[in-house]
Design a protein around this ligand. Sequence first.
Ligand SMILES: Cc1ncc(COP(=O)(O)O)c(C=O)c1O
Length: 370
Amino acid sequence: MESNRRLWLKKIGIGAAGIGLANFSSFASPPVSENLNTRFDKEANLIFLRSNENPYGPSPLARKAFVDHANISNRYNWDVATQLIADLAKRNRVNDENILLGAGSTEILDLVAKLVSLDKGNYVIADPSYDYWTAILDNLGVTKNKVPLKADKKINLQAMLEAVNQDTKLVYICNPNNPTGTVCEREALVEFITKISQNTIVLIDEAYLDFTNQQSLSAIVKEHINVIIAKTFSKMYGLAGARIGYAIANKTIIENLENLQSNTNNSVSVVSKLAAIASLKDEKFVSNCYALNENVRQYTISELKKLNCECISSHANFIYFSIVKYNKDYFKQLDDNAIEGGRIYEEEGKWTRITVGTMNEMKKFIKAIQ
Ligand SMILES: Cc1ncc(COP(=O)(O)O)c(C=O)c1O
């Protein structure tokens, strides 16, 4: 596969050394676009703690790949997908036929929604959970069946199991769950999957699994033909704006999803794919981000507790906490200090979510709400 890539690079006229890296050091600071009238330009001092982005990324190797390969953006270069798929298959202990690339994991979730909507029926989802993508299911006539979390804010797998019936086409488990940051234990999840009929698709969203020490459930797709794992480069790998994610599933499901994607594996740009290939090699960046996230998250939780905010123990790059006993107008404090935070999730308990930014950002956040 490596030789394929070299051949392809030769074909489009770029040697192994790539384009000069004269500007690479200019990427050392956080990404700021130049006069493009984006949110970065309009609000230079705004602190983004809303979308669980990686405040340190993309990784140095990914930035280098963007620079090296910018000049080939005039070509379609479909074959780069083959290289990335091979790398992802190896990493996830599956075969190439078990991987489908999408423009962010959002495209994967969309494709799954379209696939299950062909037969109507219902879908089961925890509440609250990541549900921005479920409008497609609702609009295509699949009935939503929301299952409340347990009192400790963990997903109630037993209740979700009980909510599944013969018309259930899809069960969605976000692990760790967004917005709560709680995890389902791996063994419990495997047992859950085993108990679900193979006629129901089980979609496991592992967008934040890289922030835990849990292993992906990827290899399970070999035995369980109804399981789809959604993964993304947007969070730990810091490539949210590059839009790259993927599905891992049994060959037949991948083929069914491919039938719903016009340009299979190629809604993602070639530079994003090359950045993803490079990111996978940047283990140092990932371990640094992991450690930084743990440290800053711990700091933020301890400070939030001092402000009477109950915090749920988080396994991700965000924190779910209650502002019911907080004695100021939380959202006004954020607004006044140019901080973009999350929204209210459970109105009664006034639970909200904040992304873990850099230590500096979180110190400013704490100061803003003190
Ligand atoms: C749980 C979860 N899944 C999927 C996504 C979609 O991410 P992307 O489309 O950038 O891969 C997000 C984004 O915040 C998310 O929180």
